[in-house]
Design a protein around this ligand. Structure first.
Ligand code: SF4
Length: 343
């Protein structure tokens, strides 16, 4: 761990739609250090993917726009929120790489694997075609593909889903990025392949010391590789901490709900996983108080009237929930989560 590679401060992103403004990201701040894996977790629509895609400036504007006062400082020198598209093209695929959920839609079906990987290398690095192909072959070997030289000549549709995701990872690593953003990298894959891809990402992260932002709704994936976690709900960070803080000492009822939906090795295989009842609020008109209040079994009067700030739990761990106020009534964490449950 070392200096921050990314400092996101008060990021607010909205979409201007016919029916009004959707406030998708509402004041997100976090820091990612070099060599660190930060997981951003939450249900779909919580703003995690919009946050990630805004860091790479992948969302067209309009309809999206980054609001005044937002800052995304990359590598201590690039203010991403103010960069032009041509400046971003130099950074994307070079200093930052992205792995998407579905490689079939993000790989080019008309180009061979080798041509796609070497294209990025040729664009950003001074290499000849044959050097770029050699590097592409090395990358395929790095991501665990056998017969890499033969694979270079295959098209994406000739590969399995897991292999395509490996190609996507090779592609994202082509220029040794300082930051890799993996947006639900395993969601489209079956369970055994998911585990292999997570192992691969963890291996690569350890070997290359790349900083990674992992976007997922799956806390099982988080447990496998994250150092730090931020939990998002309705466009805001509701809890932040180390992996241990979030798994063993979670302090927000929404995090409790997410943890209750993680399968455990010792649980009855036929038991239904708990999902959180209710739906997130409408971000055209976010509620005045805590956005989780309508779904929270612990909601108090204050929750519906005043949005809680983050309460400090310990160094680096905080939660935006009134239950952490020193005068709040004591409530017990639901059975089966917290210390002891995932050890
Ligand atoms: Fe529940 Fe209130 Fe905490 Fe929001 S602030 S999560 S409503 S207890």
């Amino acid at each position: 761990m070392g200096k921050p590679i990314l400092e996101v401060n008060n990021l607010r992103v909205s979409f201007k739609m016919y029916a009004g403004e959707v406030q998708a990201v509402r004041g997100v701040s976090f820091t990612l250090d070099k060599g660190e894996v930060l997981a951003i977790v939450g249900e779909s629509g919580c703003g995690k993917s919009v946050t990630a895609q805004t860091i790479m400036r992948l969302i067209p504007s309009p309809p999206s726009y980054i609001k005044e006062g937002s800052s995304i400082l990359f590598d201590g020198k690039h203010e991403i929120s103010k960069m032009s598209e041509s400046q971003m093209q130099n950074i994307r695929g070079n200093e930052m790489g992205m792995i998407f959920q579905d490689p079939m839609t993000s790989l080019n079906p008309t180009m061979t694997v080798g041509a796609q990987i070497s294209e990025g290398i040729l664009k950003h690095q001074k290499k000849s075609k044959s050097e770029a192909m050699k590097r592409a072959s090395e990358l395929l070997t790095l991501v665990g593909m056998s017969n890499a030289d033969e694979r270079l000549h295959q098209y994406p549709h000739e590969l399995s889903g897991g292999m395509r995701q490996r190609v996507m990872i090779a592609l994202s690593l082509a220029c040794n990025p300082k930051l890799l953003i993996a947006d639900e990298p395993t969601t489209a894959l079956d369970v055994t392949i998911q585990a292999q891809i997570i192992d691969l990402l963890r291996d690569i992260q350890e070997k290359t010391e790349t900083s990674i932002i992992l976007i997922t709704h799956d806390l099982g994936v988080v447990a496998e590789m994250a150092h730090k976690v931020i939990v998002m709900y309705a466009g805001k960070v509701v809890e932040r901490g180390t992996l241990e803080d979030i798994f063993y000492n979670p302090r927000h009822p929404y995090t409790w709900g997410l943890l209750r939906s993680v399968p455990r090795l010792d649980s009855d295989k036929n038991a239904e996983l708990d999902s959180i009842p209710g739906t997130p609020p409408d971000l055209y008109a976010p509620p005045v108080g805590c956005a989780f209040a309508a779904r929270c079994p612990y909601a108090m009067k204050v929750c519906k009237e005043i949005d809680p700030e983050h309460f400090h739990v310990n160094d680096g761990h905080s939660a935006a929930c009134w239950l952490n106020h020193p005068e709040a009534p004591e409530v017990e964490m639901p059975v089966g989560i917290g210390r002891g449950a995932h050890g």
